[in-house]
Design a protein around this ligand. Sequence first.
Ligand SMILES: C[S@@+](CC[C@H](N)C(=O)[O-])C[C@H]1O[C@@H](n2cnc3c(N)ncnc32)[C@H](O)[C@@H]1O
Length: 316
Amino acid sequence: MRAILAVVDGADRDPWCQWIVRHRHGGDDELRRELFLAFLVPQRDRLLDAAHIQEGDLVLDIGTGDGLIGFGALERAGLSGRAIFNDLSADLLGLCRDHAARAGVLDRCRFVLGSADELSEIDEASVDVVTIRSVLIYVKDKAASLRECYRVLRPGGRLALFEPINRFIVADHGRAFCGYDVSPISHLAAKLEALYDRIQDPVNDAIVDFDERDLLRLVTTAGFDEVHLELRADIEPRMDPQAWEGYLASSGSPLVPTLGEAMSQTLSDEEAALVEQHLRPLVEQGIGEHRMASALVRAVKHGEGEDATARPSAGA
Ligand SMILES: C[S@@+](CC[C@H](N)C(=O)[O-])C[C@H]1O[C@@H](n2cnc3c(N)ncnc32)[C@H](O)[C@@H]1O
């Protein structure tokens, strides 16, 4: 079973769906495929390894997007396994449903529309595994989301969550140009940064308001008593070269404009031309510093009713 790679025209879909199918990779299908193979597949596999999915498990994937993690989990849970796909985008859940139907696994899938911090449709102590990848960065009430993870897991159930630690990037690079040297056009870069800062507070927005220690604290406070964290940080002296048009058409999330939109909202034509003159060669030749940090947390809900011999621990 493959995760969804079908190209759909997302223009009439809700903003999260449009972002996942188009703006995340600037509408460039080649880049989408590269992103999938080089970046998303290794992250998915690391997360699913951490989840220790067993034959027959029921897995809840929170903020499933186009089902990257959920379908991978279903595959690992075998023919008797089941998956619940959650997202607050009805259109993304629709894509997952279509994919499940095409893959012949619809009878083992459930789709729950709603926010990660309020999953009352899912019964207490009803699932074996909860997975989350790159979702809490968009959720203000992360504590409530982790309480929901704890509530829906059965005793002995496992949580595997992966989140980028954006503070690591934003603190030094700002959000508009992550990693490219814009000091020669700093006055114009500042105008664009100011636009992004007005939309997403640079300190308190959900996307930057936590680091790996906060995740550990939130997971333990929710009740998990066996918790493991892996922090990974990479700094590389090159970026992947990218087409200028794709770079302009991409954004870090649907909650902020693409760089092209930000430029047209903020800069005069002359100023935009200066930005392009400086930045385009850097983007097209990959001249910039790549920074990325992420936290992988795995945890077990121990408690009454747990069969300690039947299931692997998070440390296995
Ligand atoms: C970066 S995507 C990750 C998608 C998927 N987990 C993956 O690994 O490919 C973030 C996803 O979180 C969803 N999302 C954002 N806020 C959410 C919330 N409060 N509750 C549930 N899902 C949310 C979005 O609709 C989107 O599908």
